[in-house]
Design a binder for this molecule. Structure first.
Ligand code: URP
Ligand code: ZN
Ligand code: ZN
Length: 462
């Protein structure tokens, strides 16, 4: 089955050009002027931007937190992702304490058993470190997992200590895999939460006050120090502060090859969300790290524009306001952390980054697909519009103006933290493996056709 994407403004690694794309057998077969007779299926992309299909680096679908499961599973989460132009996502399979990585991985493959609308892969989150896990790490590479996550937060459940982190980084260095770290200081957070409880400060805004920005900068510095000591590839997960960004810049000036992910919520929202509205409005924004101040948002936008930040994932971790977030009505520490966002990632970045004139279409393609493809071992199959790559594309209508409301999204949460956000430009069409799945914003092929993708070793981005 062939498809021709005709006359689009196509973002290739060499720049932007008006060209056609011929897709055959799920791959890009040719770029240039393509004769219409070569296929019965022609998608007219006149006036649209054609980008490589989005690669979402950070989701939590079907995750259990505090005895509650996220509102989105692999089916609903991937359907939402697809509508937003994402054609591949990486979810965090998790080795919970006492489990092997193999068990963790099997549990996550099981979650995808009812099908997935996009291609997908897994990182492996580790909640402890020991000899057995060290021995198992190489088997993960064979299973297609070349990135791991450690937490410096969530003491008592997910958090590892510095010794465990160092040993894991040393093993990662031996194998050439990368470790991403959630950078906050879990010991200090626990003390601050306990003191807030004692004082009776129980409402959602105290979630943010117990996780001050200094704790991210400190944890970023500690993590990179250990990673450099171990000689390991490493990246900062969901960076949220300007001071955290400054730490990375400083460490890079001293030789570190740190890679950075940030998220749309730290670019578009800030802690004003905890100061207004009722419990539900505030609880919907309870996530870790928490939302910061406007100055942090500006610093992160600058980091995207000047090349300091490498890619953007959403940390989509959706809980319903009613029946889930409200478990924390009497104490913010019982609010399950996380928020939805997977469907809006590419739209938000186009609107806030390209339509606003801050960065180019090529930079958008790097931030939403190209850099993640290279860093997470998906390139050359994914991440660029070039011959022999997978025929995964996201088309943007640059002239659309619209306002976000939750009822137009496809996740199973009961809100979006971006309600009312004004947008310019809109994902109109999405193609996966040479098949048009979304046409003018509507799903035309409601079959979950996504494949699990085994990934190669990470490439350096500098
Ligand atoms: O609040 C969040 N981000 N929940 C998901 C887990 C994590 O830390 O990434
Ligand atoms: Zn995290
Ligand atoms: Zn996360």
């Amino acid at each position: 089955m062939a498809l021709i994407v005709k006359n689009g403004t196509v973002v290739t690694p060499d720049g932007v050009a008006t060209t056609d794309i011929l897709c055959e057998n799920g791959k890009i077969a040719a770029l240039g002027e393509i004769d219409q007779d070569r296929s019965d299926t022609v998608l007219d992309a006149t006036g649209k931007f054609v980008l490589p299909g989005g690669i979402e680096t950070h989701t939590h679908f079907d995750l259990e937190v505090m005895g509650m499961r996220t509102a989105d599973d692999f089916l609903s989460g991937s359907k939402a992702a697809l509508h937003g132009g994402t054609t591949t996502f990486l979810d965090f399979a998790t080795q919970f304490r006492g489990e092997t990585m193999k068990e963790g991985l099997a549990n996550w493959h099981q979650r995808a058993k009812d099908g997935v609308y996009t291609d997908y892969g897994f990182h492996m989150a580790l909640t402890e470190w020991n000899e057995a896990l060290s021995d198992e790490m190489s088997a993960m590479i064979e299973a297609g997992i070349t990135s791991f996550k450690l937490y410096q937060a969530y003491k008592g459940s997910l958090m590892v200590d510095d010794g465990e982190m160092l040993r894991a980084l040393q093993r990662a260095a031996e194998l050439g895999v990368t470790i991403g770290v959630h950078c906050e200081n879990g010991d200090v957070i626990d003390v601050l939460v306990e003191q807030a409880r004692q004082r009776g400060d129980v409402t959602p805004e105290f979630h943010e006050r117990c996780r001050p920005p200094q704790l991210e900068a400190e944890a970023v510095n500690r993590f990179i120090t250990l990673a450099e000591l171990a000689g390991a590839r490493h990246y900062v997960v969901h960076l949220s502060t300007g001071t955290g960004l400054d730490q990375v810049r400083w460490m890079r000036q001293h030789g570190a090859r740190t890679v950075i992910e940030t998220c749309p919520q730290y670019l578009f929202l800030d802690k004003a969300c905890y100061e207004r509205g009722d419990f539900y409005t505030k609880a919907g924004c309870v996530m870790s790290p928490p939302l910061r101040v406007a100055k942090d948002r500006q610093a992160l936008w600058q980091g995207l524009a000047d090349g300091t930040i490498d890619f953007v994932g959403t940390d989509h971790c959706s809980f319903k306001l009613y029946g889930q977030k409200d478990h924390g009505k009497d104490g913010f520490w019982n609010i399950p952390n996380g928020a939805p966002g997977v469907e809006l990632r590419m739209n938000l970045l186009y609107s806030g980054g390209v339509a606003s004139g801050l960065f180019s279409l090529n930079r958008l393609a790097e931030l939403t697909s190209g850099n993640a493809a290279r860093y997470f071992g998906l390139y050359p199959d994914k991440g660029a519009i070039e011959v022999d790559a997978d025929a995964d594309f996201c088309l943007i209508d640059p002239h659309a103006h619209w306002t976000v409301t939750h009822d137009m999204l496809h996740d199973r949460a009961d809100y979006t933290p971006y309600e009312g956000q004004k947008m310019q430009g809109r994902i109109s069409d999405v193609i996966l493996g040479g098949q048009i799945l979304i046409r003018d914003g509507e799903m035309i092929d409601d079959v979950p056709r996504g494949r699990y993708v085994k990934r190669g070793l990470p490439e350096y981005l500098d």
